[in-house]
Design a protein around this ligand. Structure first.
Ligand SMILES: Nc1ncnc2c1ncn2[C@@H]1O[C@H](COP(=O)(O)OP(=O)(O)O)[C@@H](O)[C@H]1O
Ligand SMILES: [Mg+2]
Length: 336
């Protein structure tokens, strides 16, 4: 059990206010992912929760008890960073079991626990190696194992995979999902700028923008029903296409958004543009179409499709799959 409550938290560094009155309730055992542009306050919020930063106002509670005024070490929260600081002169097993040694557990008990967690993280063959004899992914797993052995009630991860190569990131993503299943009562908060991580790992995603929570919801909820243009553009890759000016006015909106998979090229389309580029990605093709806005539209078509560069094409949203936004960027009901 570890329920977290962030209530009206603000944080300033000197005259720079980084978090603005943030309210957030996280259930016990939930996996919550923070996303948002660089500098929006994700790390600051995470560091405030574990106590590496003092908050300027508001309060933080765990299971109903206030924790923002107690020492970080007393909060029972473990944090895993992007750069995993392992002790270079200690073996993997010693690194992992360090907190248990400090608690003066008998050696054989420490070894048993280290072996159990080592197995869970597929580190069994490496327990007696020094960190320098491990790959980046293995070292990151040691850092995670060390955090697990502290038996925290809350786990915080700040972009833990961003230093790893793409293949390893995918592998570690699955490992972490498995870890979450193995620790059903442990609450986890995970910061990432990686779309795939956010969509595949989160029970709920928190979208932060300039120190304010823009929207909170399950991945599918944010994808299907973004409240704002910002969320609509932030969740989903390639980004949602935007129609502005007269292209949007015919829908009675300031901006109309259509996801790349919902854009179709069709002779009776309502929008017109010129094909500038086709990207064949294997399972699908991204067709780039220039128009009278700054960014080209992207259409995702299944399989291998070839349009000639320079072709003028007409486009429309598939089956009413489009979103309307007002001048403040708030989503408004679509005309039909
Ligand atoms: N120790 C600090 N002193 C002053 N400004 C800071 C400090 N840490 C972070 N900031 C500023 O706070 C803002 C939010 O930073 P951060 O929480 O690290 O963003 P994110 O993790 O979302 O990229 C940024 O503008 C950053 O420059
Ligand atoms: Mg950060």
């Amino acid at each position: 059990m570890a329920e977290l409550k962030v209530a009206g938290v603000s944080k300033s560094y000197g005259s720079l206010q980084v978090l603005h009155d943030v309210d957030l309730d996280i259930s016990s055992g939930e996996f919550v992912v923070f996303v948002g542009p660089s500098g929006c306050g994700k790390s600051t919020l995470l560091r405030s929760i574990c106590g590496l930063e003092d908050i300027s106002s508001g309060s933080i509670h765990m299971d109903g008890n206030r924790i923002d005024d107690i020492e970080p070490s007393a909060r029972n929260i473990a944090m895993v960073f992007q750069s995993y600081a392992l002790y270079p002169h200690m073996t993997v097993a010693e690194n992992m079991g360090y907190s248990l040694k400090l608690k003066r557990l008998p050696k054989h008990e420490i070894r048993a626990k280290v072996e159990e967690v080592g197995q869970m993280l597929e580190l069994s063959p490496y327990l007696d190696r020094l960190p320098r004899a491990l790959s980046g992914g293995q070292r990151q797993r040691v850092a995670i194992g060390r955090a697990i052995l502290r038996n925290p009630r809350v786990f915080l991860f700040d972009e833990p995979l961003s230093n790893l190569d793409a293949a390893l990131r995918v592998h570690m993503r699955m490992e972490l999902v498995k870890l979450k299943k193995d620790l059903p009562d442990t609450t986890m908060i995970y910061v990432t700028h990686d779309q795939h991580e956010a969509m595949t790992m989160a029970d709920r995603i928190v979208v932060l923008r300039d120190g304010v929570i823009e929207q909170i919801g399950a991945p599918k909820e944010l994808y299907d029903r973004p409240d704002t243009l910002f969320v609509a553009q932030f969740i989903g890759s390639p980004k949602m296409n935007l129609m502005v000016g007269t292209d949007a006015a015919r829908f009675g909106a300031r901006t109309v958004g259509v996801r790349p998979e919902h854009m179709v090229i069709s002779a009776d389309g309502c929008w017109e543009g010129t094909v500038t580029h086709c990207e064949f990605l294997g399972a699908d093709t991204h067709v780039y179409v220039s128009n009278n806005s700054d960014e080209p539209w992207v259409i995702r078509e299944e399989g291998h499709v070839n349009h000639s560069v320079g072709d003028v094409v007409r486009l429309k949203p598939k089956d009413g799959h489009y979103y309307c936004f007002d001048e403040q960027g708030k989503r408004v009901p679509s005309p039909h």
